[in-house]
Ligand binder design. Structure first.
Ligand code: SAM
Length: 442
């Protein structure tokens, strides 16, 4: 070769948008394309952007293969760069054209580092040799650096994962996926949004259940709308006093995914006291009898997709109707830091239905949720008050059940709100400051 390297600039057109958005398929294909051409793969780094698009590079002993995709155009731009002549990059080109089901591709080869234009420098190799300790490389294994990213308007959360997609199915309502993250264990996402992870789910599930259960000791019947991961009913069923717990989850694939890959949260699905229904919670609550439940927990995802209707005044009025006179409604109420406008709007709705003095907000730290600061609402139909709770029983329960977050101190502290949250809760929903909001409030 009269050049140091061969660089093929590739354009793949008319690829399936799904494939162009499938970070696993793309990463596996790029690694296989390199190996098929005889290259030695060192490591791979791939990023799946939310809402779509993938970027990645495979480092090979003979240089690199890189890609960026535009699923919305069914298009991928690929760089195949090899040095020496032991690897034929055109083999990788043909492999990828097939793997990406490209309608057509165009490619241009450039010779990089024309030898007749280069003059070898006289340098001391020993001084250049990188003697820093290297991780022991096991033959045939490559270090994969694959990242999941949940990106919102102004903020994003990226989690490195093993590259093995544990679960991925599209239901009638949403895309259900489970990733094997390195920091937080298996992670459930719906339409690319983090729902829960093995390493921090207990925060959410302990706070959405034990706060109402210790301030509403006579509760016998509880309803959970959403919550298909099972964590909320797991915690509720720790309370022997509950005679009936009903879970209404719209998407059976969420239950399936968690039974397979988040068994700790799905552990109570076979509990005899659980009445598990796969149904739309909005329809269920409309058909539910008056004053039937002592506790209704709305364990929904964000106000998008199938869950949008779970954030409406109409829905909350039905919840109010179905609560007993001393009943309590608990919801995950988004984050004052993430989108202050949504936060203020939903609290304003609760106050219109339950009364200003009957609505309380409490906070918890959930690392994998946008901004890490999340909130729950406590709305009582009767005189139940979150801070009039049985602290002694709460302390003993937290101990005996081996809880990881909830205890009698956290119960009280969670309602001690920072000034900016108090300000938001007292602000006019039509004029919400964006001073504290990560996302645009307009
Ligand atoms: N902790 C999570 C969060 O805060 O984002 C939510 C957990 S849970 C997985 C949310 C569940 O609500 C999902 O399984 C989703 O399928 C379910 N869901 C959404 N809309 C629903 C509806 N209309 N009726 C019943 N379940 C619904």
């Amino acid at each position: 070769m009269n050049a140091l390297g061969r660089h093929i600039l590739v354009e793949f057109y008319d690829c399936s948008p799904e494939l162009m958005n499938d970070v696993m398929h793309i990463e596996n294909s790029m690694v296989a394309a390199a190996e098929t051409a005889g290259a030695t793969v060192i490591n791979s780094t791939f990023h799946h952007f939310s809402p779509y698009g993938v970027s990645g590079v495979v480092v090979i002993q003979e240089s690199h293969l890189a890609i960026h995709t535009w699923p919305e155009y069914g298009y991928a731009a690929v760089d195949l760069f090899t040095c020496g002549d032991s690897v034929d990059p055109w083999v990788s080109y043909r492999y990828l054209k097939e793997a990406f089901e490209a309608g057509h591709g165009s490619a241009m080869e450039c010779r990089r580092g024309q030898l007749d234009l280069l003059k070898r420098k006289d340098f001391n190799l020993e001084s250049m040799r990188d003697v820093s300790p290297k991780p022991v490389e096991v033959a045939g294994t490559i270090t994969r650096d694959v990242w999941f990213t949940e990106r919102d308007e102004n903020i994003a959360l990226s989690l490195k994962h093993s590259g093995n997609q544990l679960y991925k199915k599209d239901s009638d309502y949403q895309r259900v996926e489970v990733y094997e993250t390195l920091a937080y264990g298996n992670m459930l996402t719906l339409d690319g949004m983090v729902m829960c992870t093995q390493k921090d789910e207990y925060v959410y599930h302990e706070m959405i259940t034990h706060v109402p259960m210790f301030s509403n000791r006579k509760a016998k019947r509880a309803l959970v709308i959403g919550g298909g991961d099972g964590g909320t009913v797991r915690e509720l069923l720790r309370h022997e006093q509950l005679e009936e717990v009903t879970l209404v989850e719209i998407d059976e694939l969420v239950i399936e995914a968690c039974k397979l890959h988040l068994p700790e949260t799905a552990v109570a699905f076979d509990n005899p006291r659980l009445n598990l229904l796969v149904e739309d919670g909005i329809k269920y609550i409309k058909e539910c009898a008056d004053a039937h439940y002592d506790l209704i927990i709305v364990d929904s995802a964000d106000p998008v997709g199938p869950g949008e209707g779970l954030f409406t005044a109409e829905f909350y009025k039905e919840v109010y109707r179905c609560l007993t006179n001393d009943g309590v409604m608990i919801t995950q109420s988004e984050s004052p830091r993430f989108n202050s406008a949504v936060f203020v709007e939903i609290y304003d709705t609760y106050k219109q239905i339950f009364g200003k003095e009957k609505v309380h907000c409490y906070l918890a730290a959930i690392p994998t949720y946008p901004t890490g600061t999340w909130s729950f609402s406590y709305s009582s139909k009767g005189n139940a008050h979150p801070l009039q709770f049985d602290a002694e029983a709460a302390a003993a329960f937290s101990q005996s059940q081996g809880l990881k977050y909830y205890n009698e101190g956290i119960h009280t502290a969670a309602f001690a709100l920072p000034n900016f949250v108090k300000e938001l809760l007292n602000s006019n929903p039509n004029n919400v400051t964006d001073e504290y909001s990560a996302e645009p409030t307009n």
